[in-house]
Each structure stands twice: as C-alpha cells, then as structure tokens.
Design a protein around this ligand. Structure first.
Ligand code: IMP
Length: 525
C-alpha cells in the first residue's frame, strides 16, 4: 500500500479551500475506475504534533453531535492502556454539561453518560470534569449512582473543578420560560446550558466553589429571590409555574419526567443534599496541581473528551441553532486553563461516514425532508426512502427523548470547514456498516451559487440559504460484511473506496472506523 504523503494532504486541504471543484473527477477516477485501487496507508505519527506532550489525544465531534464520540474515547483509553509505558489514563471533559449524551457498551453493560467522562469502564482510568463544564449537582449525583451500579465505584476516579459553572433548576426554569415567551418550540435541551454559560459572561452566575463555600445558602437563596422577582415581572410564580426536567426520575422511569422548581426552601434542601454528597465524595480537588502533575508524568495518558460538535459551536455553528460552549479542540484552553491544542499529540474529529444527522432542527444544505411522524407515502423520493432506511438501520433517535433525528447527506464542504476550524488533524468515522450493496450513496462534494461558481461553507443561515449543494453518487457496500470485518483487508472494497474518496476530497486522513455497536466493531487504519 502506498504511503500517503502528509505534505500532499496538507496542500490539498489548502487548495480545496480555494478551489473545491478542481481535481474532483480525477480523484473519482483514480479511486473508482482504477483496477489496482488500494487504500493509501497513513502513518499516524506524521499527523501527530511533535512538540506536544506524549500520549495525549483529543476527540471532538466534527459534525452536529451524536457522532459516537464516547465509543472512540473508550477505544483510545484501551489503546493507551495497552502501551506498557502507560499506567493510567485521565479523561478530561472541558465543556458542555448534561446536554451531552455519550454512549458506552461493554458486554451486557450499556451506559449513557452526560456529565461523567467516558472513563468509567476502566479501573485504570480516571475522569476530570473541568472548569469549562456546567454542572448540575443533583444530576451529577444521580448519574454517578446510575454509573456505579454497573461500572463499580467512581471514588478516587472522578474529579470536579471548583471553577466549573454551577447549573441549577433556576437556569433551567429560565430557559423554559424564554422558550414559552418567544413561542420557539426548538432551542436548547432544556437543561439550562445556555443561561448558565450566559451568566458566566454577565457575571451573574455561580460556580461549584460558591456552592461548597460557607456562605452558599445566602448566595443561592439570593439567586432564587432574584429569579422570583424576574418571573413575577412576567406574572409567573417561579415555584409552581414552570416545569423543569427531573433527571433523577427520567433515569428511573426511562422517560422524560418534569417537576416544578418548588419553594426556596425545597430548592435549598435539594441542593443541601447534593452539596453534602459532593463534599463527602472528596471529588473537588486542586485540578491545577493535577494538570501539572499529569503533564509531567508521561506514564499517564490523557484523552480530552469533547462534547457536542464543531457544527454546534457557539461561534462556528449555524447560529442560533448552536450550543453555548466552545466545542472545538481549542476549547481545551478555556476549559482547562492549562492545556493548549498544540500540547495535544493526536487531534481527532469524529463524524458519521455515510450520512449526517442532527437532533435539533437546523439548517443543513444537504438535509432530506422526512415526515415528522409516521411513514413515507407512496410518492416518496429515493433519497427519502434512503434517509428513512438510515434512520431505522442506524437507530437515529435521540438517546434521552427518543425523538427521530433529522438525516442529511454527507457534506464534505461542511466536514472540511469544521475540521479546519475545529483544530482537527485526523478523522475517525462511525457507522461504516450503515450501507447496503447496490444502494448508491449521495455525497455533497462542494457548493455553488446559482451561476455554478463555487461557494464556501460559512455558518451563517443567510449565507447557507443561497448555496446549492453539488452531489456525486458513490456505490454502496455490504454493511453486514463491514460489521463482520476485523481487519482492513476484510472490509468491502467499496467501503474502502468511500473512505479514500473522503480523504482525497477533504485532505484529512481517516484513522479509525466503527462498523457496529459492539466494542470489537472498530478498525484502525
Ligand atoms: P443546548 O446545548 O441545550 O443549549 O442546546 C442547543 C442545541 O444543541 C439544541 O439544538 C440541542 O439539540 C443541541 N445539542 C446540545 N447538545 C447536544 C449533543 O450532545 N448532541 C447533539 N446535539 C446537541
């Protein structure tokens, strides 16, 4: 297998930025029409940052979230731990909160994580919830209880920064009221993520440090009163008029459950319980000292676990359909106040290989219209049938809500942009098994304007209304055969060609692909 030259790929990233059409047919012919096609071998070392701290990996979503990052993180922990010179692995969550949903599977264990880093299936791994996160203490208590039932104790394996942003029912009530007031059904997850980050910026918010400090009851009590007054101005009673998500009951009953915020007394009582639990668990430690120690001790591998994705970044996503944090790999700077992207050896962006999906409704130029509920009618187009098939095949339903996700064609213009802006060097793809022999897969290679001139991706909704996605149809492959493959050579040739085409038209190498939900369904290139 010929070796892919790093220099050539980097050059390609640059020229595709300026001319996304050039070389398209040549690449297609080289990959699909040549009789001696073979996947170009990639030397991952070439893509690693050589001035960085050894054994550090960042994993970040490069599309619109739910790409399968938990799996990929889990896999990298295993790989790092197999290395004899590594004794432990630290997994650092640097942004987001209980809006994230990372799924892990091992044998009969299946866990959906939200706040807790994806380190829990390894005794030799520990997790840090760092200062860039928003933490709802009662939710954390619920989640730790739920995880410990199947993964064993997290004591001494889970740490929380005292600088992390405090997220309570108050910010949730605020998000829900804003939603009611503006009449916008869509928006956030209802977990108060936006208001919590907003109040970090307007300095009205609180941190975990405030919660564990002596004067906490006054601080939180004042905060409650402030909200009460704001709600009263809109003729609403904070205690009774707004329903917020009840994570504890949602986990117990396995369906979305809500409750009222309750009186100030009830609010403080619930927090008292969570606060005492937090203090007793000793999970709030000096994270700065910990980072220094980790950076110095190369026996400790580090995985930075991003939540959401570059396409949902508050600045680089399609505003307003974004989350409130910096979801890029450079989010590790503010999210840890210690590490920089250039300190990280391998920077991986995760995406779904044959398609893109989204939980929230958002502008995607390659979006496929599907009925909100029920089945397709007889007059449905081929692409609608394909999207419906993907939705069922890949179980594209929200982890918490069960809501069907929107489906879109794989968009290489969008992928290229997000990889470039997200500080990503390599790609890891998921769902290589979501394909079928004889069924073509449409891929958007670039955008043009009405007159056929190339137009770049830019995350402005107005801009995106005017782009026309241009597609190429590529042959599908036997998804079942892909999921049985354990080695590159066992993968269907058209699956390898598809991956090659993505690399050729983005300039980013694919280093890993998942082929099913089980742990063994993963292939490294
Ligand atoms: P928020 O983060 O709760 O404010 O939600 C803002 C938008 O981001 C909504 O459209 C959510 O559906 C979406 N979102 C937030 N977190 C995730 C995630 O982890 N995966 C996918 N979408 C997400």
């Amino acid at each position: 297998m010929p070796k892919q030259s790093l220099h050539a790929l980097r050059k390609k990233q640059d020229f595709l930025l300026h001319d996304p059409i050039k070389g398209l047919l040549e690449d297609y012919k080289k990959i699909y029409k040549s009789s001696n096609f073979s996947l170009q071998k990639i030397n991952q070392k070439d893509y690693q940052n050589d001035t960085s701290r050894k054994y550090t990996i960042a994993v970040c979503g490069v599309a619109l979230g739910d790409e399968g990052k938990g799996r990929i993180v889990d896999n990298y922990i295993e790989t790092l731990l197999k290395n004899k010179s590594i004794s432990k692995v630290g997994v650092i969550r640097y942004q987001g909160g209980n809006n994230a949903g990372h799924t892990l599977e091992k044998g009969t264990i299946k866990l959906a994580l939200h706040l807790v880093p994806s380190c829990v299936l390894y005794q030799k791994a520990f997790g840090i919830m760092d200062r860039g996160m928003v933490i709802h203490p009662e939710d954390l208590m619920t989640e730790v209880g739920y995880v410990e039932k199947s993964a064993g104790t997290l004591k001494k394996r889970l740490f929380l920064s005292s600088d992390a942003i405090l997220n309570t029912d108050l910010e949730r009530a605020e998000e829900i009221v804003n939603r009611i007031m503006t009449g916008k059904a869509k928006g956030g997850t209802g977990r108060g993520i936006g208001p919590s980050y907003a109040h970090h910026l307007d300095r009205l918010g609180l941190t975990i440090y405030d919660l564990i400090s002596d004067g906490w009851k006054e601080l939180l009590g004042e905060q409650y009163r402030r909200y009460e007054k704001i709600f009263a101005a809109f003729d609403l009673k904070l205690a009774t008029d707004v329903l917020v998500p009840d994570f504890y009951e949602t986990v117990n009953q396995k369906k979305s459950v809500t409750r009222t915020v309750g009186s100030r007394k009830a609010f403080i009582e619930r927090l008292t319980f969570a606060r005492e639990w937090l203090i007793q668990r000793n999970m709030i430690v000096d994270i700065v000292a910990m980072h220094k120690e980790i950076a110095r001790d190369t026996k400790v591998g580090v995985v930075f676990e991003g939540a959401q994705a570059v396409g949902l970044d508050s600045w680089l996503g399609t505003w307003p359909d974004v989350t409130a944090s910096n979801t890029r790999i450079d989010g590790v700077k503010e999210g840890t106040a210690f590490w920089r992207p250039e300190d990280i050896e391998s920077r991986i962006g995760v995406f779904k290989i044959p398609y893109t999906s989204s939980v929230g409704q958002r502008q995607m130029p390659t979006h496929i219209d599907l009925p909100k509920e029920g089945m397709l009618t007889e007059s449905a187009s081929e692409e609608q049938k394909w999207a419906m098939w993907i939705r069922e095949e890949a179980h594209e339903y929200g982890t918490t809500t069960g809501r069907p996700r929107d489906i879109a064609h794989l968009d290489l213009e969008f992928l290229r942009y997000n990889a470039r802006m997200g500080d990503i060097e390599m790609l890891a793809g998921t769902h290589l098994d979501s394909a079928s022999e004889g069924q073509e897969i449409k891929v958007c290679t670039h955008y043009t304007d009405q007159r056929g001139r190339p137009m770049a991706y830019q995350p402005g909704l107005h801009h995106l209304e005017h782009v026309k996605p241009n597609y190429i149809s590529l042959p599908g492959w036997d998804g079942k055969a892909a999921s049985k493959a354990r080695k590159v050579k066992d993968l269907p040739k058209n699956a390898l060609r598809f991956l090659s085409f993505i690399t050729a038209r983005t300039g980013y190498p694919i280093v890993l692909a998942t082929t099913g939900t089980k742990r063994e369904n993963i292939i490294s290139f």
